[in-house]
Write a protein that binds this ligand. Structure first.
Ligand code: SF4
Length: 330
């Protein structure tokens, strides 16, 4: 039985929500009152109930639904789309370590997420061979020690906030003990899709760390940012966390100026800076989300005419081998 009301959902822990997520098209169709085809794919359907609760019932084109719904087009071959579009496997430096850019080091902490976004550039990533385990910390430390230019550690995944808070607290302490590291950045979609994740246990280690803590959340549409997400963000801001948002430009989800402008205003209300609008990474299975670069650039130009400059995200593409994200200005 799926609890439908907001308040019923809100009372459960984040761990409960992880266990009770929707995992197949039949349950999703039943919950939304629409017909959905079952699609065979190696990237399973996964939708947590707080996110499901924000999808309009009876609307197969709902922009939140389109982000999580497996479609037959995922299995179509598409020229230029590949399993490792950012060639990340060429930048691995041992278990869990990806070093792409000077000054910051990325650690893949887990392969698990609270939601499976169909456009995810790591949807084929071989996490089982690669993610960081506790015993690998010594090699991370040794890697950082030999490169004094590194001042920031980025926890990525999967979703790093899937890890229990005692483990995250230990990791934050270990990172803090490396005197050259000043910043800890966490890329996470959990405060958006299961806002109950921002609980007292998480806030305890967040308040304790002396590192400058930056959370980069991920929302693509203003409808994702309900009052429970707002409360979670407020808790993080009260604990002195800097919060940025990154979005992906997705066909039929947010590829119009009104939707993008509304997203920026909503983020502003929450005290979150719209940071990046990513052009789609060309990952196999996601071609049906692709928006051409010139259309993306045109949308951002129009946003500049409607928003204060600080609410216009940078339009970026990640180009394998480049020394930073590339800003697209056509
Ligand atoms: S939460 Fe992030 S890492 Fe996980 S599937 Fe979505 S985009 Fe990918």
């Amino acid at each position: 039985m799926i609890p439908r009301t907001d308040s019923a959902l809100h009372d459960h822990s984040w761990q409960w929500h992880l266990q009770h997520s929707i995992k197949n098209a039949n349950d999703l169709a039943e919950a939304l009152g629409i017909h959905l085809d079952e699609v065979q794919t190696d990237f399973p359907l996964l939708v947590p109930l707080p996110y499901l609760n924000r999808i309009a019932k009876g609307d197969p084109m709902d922009p939140l639904l389109l982000q999580v719904l497996p479609r037959k087009a995922e299995n179509d071959p598409s020229i230029g789309f590949s399993k490792d579009p950012l060639m990340e496997l060429q930048h691995t430096q041992g278990p869990g370590i990806i070093h792409k850019y000077r000054g910051r080091l990325l650690i893949v902490t887990t392969g698990v997420c609270a939601v499976n976004c169909r456009y995810c550039f790591r949807r084929h990533f071989p996490y089982s061979e690669f993610q960081l385990s506790k015993k690998d910390w010594a090699s991370v430390k040794a890697y950082i020690d030999q490169d004094p230019s590194i001042h920031e550690v980025i926890l990525s995944g999967g979703d790093p906030l899937i890890m229990p808070d005692n483990r995250l607290g230990e990791l934050a302490e270990a990172i803090e003990s490396l005197t050259q590291i000043t910043n800890l950045r966490i890329h996470t979609r959990l405060p958006v899709v299961i806002p109950q994740r921002v609980n007292e246990e998480l806030l305890t280690w967040v308040r304790q760390t002396k590192l400058h803590l930056v959370f980069v959340i991920h929302a693509n549409h203003a409808y994702e940012l309900d009052t429970h997400v707002e409360a979670a963000i407020n808790h993080l801001r009260s604990a002195n966390v800097t919060i940025l948002n990154q979005s992906v430009l997705l066909k039929n989800v947010n590829d119009d100026v009104g939707t993008l402008t509304e997203l920026s205003w909503r983020l502003s209300q929450l005290g979150v800076m719209p940071y990046y609008l990513h052009l789609l990474d060309k990952v196999a299975g996601a071609a049906h989300y692709d928006v051409p670069d010139e259309i993306g650039a045109g949308l951002v130009r129009q946003m500049r005419g409607q928003l204060p400059g600080y609410l216009v995200p940078k339009l970026v593409r990640e180009i394998p081998g480049a020394d930073a994200k590339c800003e697209i200005k056509l």
